[in-house]
Design a protein around this ligand. Sequence first.
Ligand SMILES: NC(=O)c1ccc[n+]([C@@H]2O[C@H](COP(=O)([O-])OP(=O)(O)OC[C@H]3O[C@@H](n4cnc5c(N)ncnc54)[C@H](O)[C@@H]3O)[C@@H](O)[C@H]2O)c1
Length: 360
Amino acid sequence: MITENVNLAGRSYPIFIGDNAFGFMACQMRDTAKSRRLVCVADSAVCAAYPDRVRELSQLMPIIEIPAGEKSKSVEMFGQLCSKLAALGIDRKSALLAMGGGVIGDLAGFVAAAYMRGIDFYQIPTTLLAMVDSSVGGKTAVNIPEGKNLVGAFHQPKGVFMDTEFLGTLPKREFAAGMAELIKCSLINDAEFFGELESLETPLCAGHPFLSKALAKACAMKARVVSADECETASSGGRALLNLGHTFGHAVEKCAGYGNVLHGEAVSQGIVMCMMYSRRLGLISDAEIGRVESLLEKNSLPIRPSCPLDAAAMLDSMFHDKKTRSGKLRLVLLRGIGKAFEQDGDPDLARKTIDEFIGR
Ligand SMILES: NC(=O)c1ccc[n+]([C@@H]2O[C@H](COP(=O)([O-])OP(=O)(O)OC[C@H]3O[C@@H](n4cnc5c(N)ncnc54)[C@H](O)[C@@H]3O)[C@@H](O)[C@H]2O)c1
């Protein structure tokens, strides 16, 4: 098993990565359960796929199953969960475990942040996206009709248990979507990691010998960035760098209609547009763009529009992105592979970039 650490003074925590992380977690929780009440909030699809693991956990704590899917990340579900915790006698000293993908991690994390003004929680991510992205860093949220993740809190977990065996049942399309975030991590500041992904004979998949190492590299990168800028307040170059591909990507997601394009598929298209924009500024070569596009394609990710897109609507939605600062477009761009930076965006250039992408 590999261990990485997120260093945040009194709120530092470990990330355990490997094919035995679940067993290790169960062992730790067996001890913890002797002195504190525990509760697990779990994705219903994960419970159905892993009855033995659910049985093992249920000997230690009650398990609250949540219907799979983004719809569960709602204020209503948040309220219901808080009521269930109260009914179970969960108190300030108790701890909550979140077992599932980003939906469960975000929802249960937000419940843990708010219930009794904050209780401890642990992440047990079961999707690739949750492993490389959402389970680390402490961002928790639910959606409201006005927008995704508009209500939330920063609340760091006490530990993250990343068991790669879960990925064996993850649908291929979901795995590919997680790969977009993993490739993004390498593009931000780790050209060597990008080279390693590029040189793999077969692309990463469940059971791949490089999988745990790749997860560890992505988590180490995220941990460094989060340790330096936990609440994304740095004026430039901090946690916002993790948004590489996201401003264009969110515009794709919104125009496609939420749910029609997976987040990672939109990020892949967003990364391509970031590179096109960077090329217009003379920052990145055709050869480097070609390398990134071929890695994305090799991992079953789209590098062309995967559905009809409207350029004007996309640009408009980019101005309403959460990342916009005082009405200004903010973009993460690339000076090359492993060299991301942030700057104000030019709306004309952004429009030309979207037109170029749509015209592919
Ligand atoms: N907090 C953050 O920093 C952060 C970062 C990125 C994304 N997010 C959020 O994460 C969410 C997306 O996360 P996601 O992609 O993990 O989606 P998800 O949680 O909806 O999981 C995707 C699908 O996979 C299923 N699933 C989960 N684990 C499985 C397994 N092991 N085997 C088979 N099926 C499994 C789920 O039931 C679901 O249908 C979004 O709500 C997004 O806003 C949060």
